[in-house]
Design a protein around this ligand. Structure first.
Ligand SMILES: Cc1cc2nc3c(=O)[nH]c(=O)nc-3n(C[C@H](O)[C@H](O)[C@H](O)COP(=O)(O)OP(=O)(O)OC[C@H]3O[C@@H](n4cnc5c(N)ncnc54)[C@H](O)[C@@H]3O)c2cc1C
Ligand code: FES
Ligand code: FES
Length: 490
């Protein structure tokens, strides 16, 4: 069971922050809320890491973060503009300078070979992202290699030349079978030799004294807070940091328990979760980008309380329960659907933390689906998103849980539509009548992501799409496709 201690550990306020930046040990008393990118550029003088948007969108500031896990160092990309310094205590941070050798490394060479750089502003970010994928050892699949740069934007080159460079790196790395990826990459000139000594050097740092701050802004990955309140974190001198990189997802008695500190990437890497949700990769690849997924936590997604929060929508349809813990270590449980009370209003007491969520794993007769529509496929938040769980018994819907985002002030559990579906067969008529109930339950507003009318139409389409996706062989549903096509013409 996840202990309250495990959560409390992340309350540290560091007097001195210690980490390894490329090859160099850093000990600094700079504010823990200082963006890592500013430390890298203005304190350490490493200007290869660029600043584009400062909002996690462009990837120009991408660096690698190495953290110890089961005796190894796991490297992932993060955006340094949204990473407060305190979060890298005890970590290894690698910038483009840390990947430079006497000559171009094979990743840099591939970009040169295919003319994948023009002004060069984005190039360090692309190289770091691709190098992190190589370091993960997961290089056999070209699509994964291409997806590793999904958080990097280039304004001048055009992506085809970058794609060709990625393909060249894939050709070079896909067949390597060394027992140590780092050793192989050092031998082949991808990494400098000092990389080999990082695990033992990392073991000895980040254990310095700390004290609890008087005022605390709780922070998970910082991907919402650093966009919304960077100045408060910087000048308030207060912080709370991510715990260890151990995901700690538990499966017991048909239930799944996920700690609030779990990142989207850690969810995506859980083999047991994938067994129960075979489309998890497809669904969660629609959430932000690789570096943001590496940072973004479940608790942050729920507490940020955005009406379109993808994880909130996903777990609402699973009828999840949330466990909150206060200073006295007393657990408080409530259904996730009761956690959201109004626009950005939660049933969360001051000082309470999200400890974990738990839900019943889908059984053989359960069918689950998640849909999201956004202006861009990647790196974009939803205009409307929706998830559904239906349990089928003897040809009828025994249980239904439907959720939707972007159609109300909160991530919405659609209680009435869910109730309407229960006890009914899945027919053309049932779904048309249910979609009328659905329209009564929602109250979208017009905003930058679409007009209220458009969002109503979109949710109706996603609702129907759930059933077409889950029950493709149901012939009665084929005429629903025509409805979708007719809707598209409006
Ligand atoms: C470029 C970009 C793209 C994005 N794309 C998406 C997207 O596609 N879909 C999506 O849903 N979101 C998206 N987001 C939003 C964001 O990444 C997610 O909401 C993420 O899950 C937030 O988690 P975090 O750990 O970074 O939160 P933080 O910023 O650390 O915290 C958010 C809030 O949660 C509170 N909090 C954090 N941990 C706890 C805890 N354990 N207990 C209590 N309170 C806590 C914080 O105090 C804060 O109020 C995107 C963000 C960016 C920058
Ligand atoms: S500066 Fe654009 S992602 Fe950090
Ligand atoms: S080369 Fe100019 S932004 Fe990519």
């Amino acid at each position: 069971m996840i202990s309250a201690q495990g959560i409390r550990l992340i309350y540290y306020f560091y007097i001195v922050i210690e980490f390894i930046l490329n090859e160099k040990l850093i000990r600094t008393d700079k504010p823990g809320g200082m963006p890592l990118v500013d430390f890298i550029r203005y304190e350490a003088g490493l200007t290869g890491t660029k600043i584009g948007c400062r909002e996690g969108d462009c990837g120009a500031c991408t660096v690698m973060e190495g953290s110890r896990s089961a005796g190894k160092v796991i490297y992932r990309t993060i955006v340094s503009c949204l990473t407060p310094l305190a979060l890298v205590n005890g970590r290894h941070i690698v910038t483009i300078e840390g990947l430079n050798g006497e000559t171009l490394n094979p990743v840099q060479q591939a970009i040169v070979d295919h003319s994948g750089t023009q002004c060069g502003f984005c190039t360090p970010g692309f190289v770091v992202s691709l190098m992190a994928q190589c370091l993960s050892g997961d290089t056999a699949n070209l699509s994964k290699m291409l997806a590793s740069v999904d958080g990097n934007i280039c304004r001048c080159t055009g992506y085809k030349s970058i794609e060709r460079a990625v393909r060249q790196v894939w050709e070079l790395t896909r067949l390597h079978e060394s027992s140590s990826t780092v050793a192989w990459m050092v031998e082949k000139g991808y990494l400098p030799a000092w990389f080999t000594y990082i695990p033992e050097r990392l073991a000895g740092i980040g254990n310095q004294p700390h004290e609890s701050p008087v005022n605390t802004i709780i922070i998970g990955g910082g991907t919402d807070l650093m966009v919304q309140k960077a100045d408060d974190l910087m000048f308030g001198g207060i912080e709370k940091v991510r715990s260890s990189s151990a995901p700690g997802i538990e499966f017991r008695d048909g239930k799944c328990i996920i700690p609030g500190t779990c990142t989207v990437t850690e969810l995506l890497e859980s083999e047991t979760l994938i067994q129960h949700f075979p489309n998890l990769g497809k669904h969660f690849s629609l959430i932000s980008s690789t570096p943001i997924r590496n940072m973004a936590t479940l608790a942050g997604n729920l507490v940020n309380a955005s009406p379109i929060a993808d994880l909130a929508i996903f777990f609402l349809a699973l009828d999840a329960e949330i466990c909150l813990v206060n200073g006295e270590d007393t657990d408080r449980f409530l259904p996730l659907k009761k956690f959201f009370k109004g626009y950005k209003q939660l049933d969360l007491q001051p000082g309470e933390l999200v400890k974990y969520i738990r839900f019943s794993l889908p059984g053989r007769d359960d069918h689950f689906n998640f849909e999201k529509v956004s202006k861009r496929q990647h790196l974009d938040i939803a205009s409307v998103n929706s998830a559904i769980l239906v349990k089928i018994n003897e040809g009828k819907i025994e249980k239904a849980h439907l959720s939707a985002g972007g159609v109300a002030p909160i991530p919405l559990f659609l209680a009435e539509t869910s109730h309407f579906l229960e006890g009914k067969e899945i027919t053309y008529d049932t779904l048309l009548r249910a979609s009328e109930v659905l329209q009564q339950e929602i109250s979208p507003i017009s905003d930058i992501r679409g007009s209220a009318k458009y969002k109503r139409l979109l949710l109706r389409q996603l609702f129907i799409a759930h059933f077409i996706e889950l029950f493709p062989r149901k012939s009665e549903l084929s005429s629903l496709v025509q409805i979708l096509q007719a809707d598209e013409k409006h």
